[in-house]
Structures are given as C-alpha cells and as structure tokens.
Ligand binder design. Sequence first.
Ligand code: DX5
Ligand code: ZN
Length: 233
Amino acid sequence: MSEVTSLPNLRNPLIAPSILAADFARLADEMAAIEGADWVHVDVMDAHFVPNLTLGLPVVQSLLAATDIPMDCHLMIEDPARWAPPYAEAGAYNVTFHAEATDDPISVARDIRAAGARAGLSIKPGTPIEPYLEILRDFDTLLVMSVEPGFGGQSFIPEVLAKVGTARRLVDSGELTVVVEIDGGISADTIEMAAEAGVDCFVAGSAVYGADDPAAAVAALRRAAAAASPHLG
Ligand code: DX5
Ligand code: ZN
C-alpha cells in the first residue's frame, strides 16, 4: 500500500483564510497570524465587476514577498484576459477569475498556467455550473461562491451546495481533477454542510480573523471539515 495519501478520499481539507477580513494596515503580521493555513486567500476587487475596491497587483507583489504560504488570488475583476496573468507571473500559487467576466475562459486559464500558476474558475451563486463542466478540464480549481462576491461577513447560501455535489461526483469518478473550493460565509456553523457536499478547500474570512486566535480558528475549521466529510480524511 504505497501512495495512499494521494487517493482523493484520503485528502486533508484545505483552509484558506481570506485577508479581506484582516487589518489592511498590518497585512504581513496578519498573514503571520495564520500559521498552519494551507493557502492565503487574497480578494482583488475592481469596483466594476463587484461594487467594492480592495487591492491590486502591487500589493499582491508585496504580500508574496512577505509570506511563504501559497497565495490564492481571487480576481473579482473585469477583463481577466488582460489582468489575470500578471498575478501568476508575480508568483501566486493559484489565480482564480470569474466565468461571468469573460467570453474566453479557456485562453485565460492557459495564460495563467503558462505563467506558472494554477488556474481557477469562479462562479457566482446564481451562475449554473453545467455550461462550464466541459472547460473545467483546463482548470485546477473551481471556486463556488456561497455569497454574492464583493463583501465579507455575509450569510452562507446553502443552495450552491448542489453545484459542489455536481463537481464532487465528476472529480470522484475521475472525469475532472479540480480542487473544489467554496468562498463566503464559511464558519463553524456552515463548514460541516460544505464538507459533506464535497468541498476540498474552504475560504474563511471573518471566521478566522474575527477569532481571538486566528491560527487556532484555522485548525478548528480543518478538524470540523475532516470530521464531517466522507471524502476528506
Ligand atoms: C467575498 C470574498 C470572500 C470573503 C469571504 O467577495 O470573495 O473571500 O472574504 O469572507 P467571509 O468568510 O467573511 O464570508
Ligand atoms: Zn474570495
């Protein structure tokens, strides 16, 4: 029995704290405070694709220099064909853009991968997954939004878990190899239902940075996901 850890049903859940809920004046310290996190989730918003503005490439470049945690860049922006590849060139581990923001997601994914990162496709709560199942072969991650993108601290929308289940079944059957990621409203109260539905990677902003001990909150979320999930060990 070698390589058992590579079996899908023995994977550990991944926890990706979102620094959207951190203190933006102390971002390096705030990333140090989540020691043990699998990925650090960075929300890039352009005030056009979503009605909020956060940070862009120069800040991401500085953040990359300040941490060894793999960076998960979530681009809530228009024109990802133009703006997404530089995040990969800068050294992001995974670069996710929105399906709703482009007519040519495959070429954006190819450009991100060619620049050295994994490519992620995100879908808003109201966007069906079926039209994108075929092209997910060109992606490494699928980010299912469980709130309307734009702001942290919103309530989890459980209806999106049907899309998680669809992706989970295709991954388990070997038809897709994406990491199934969920973003929005993940907390001790909601992570179990997301894990049961088949999520691999859990983004959590307020649940981590609103806690007295963010690193302990990460560990507790990971334990709760592992215990609740049939596919995570
Ligand atoms: C929302 C962002 C999320 C947000 C999640 O548009 O994409 O990553 O930070 O925050 P919580 O966990 O507080 O819902
Ligand atoms: Zn996000």
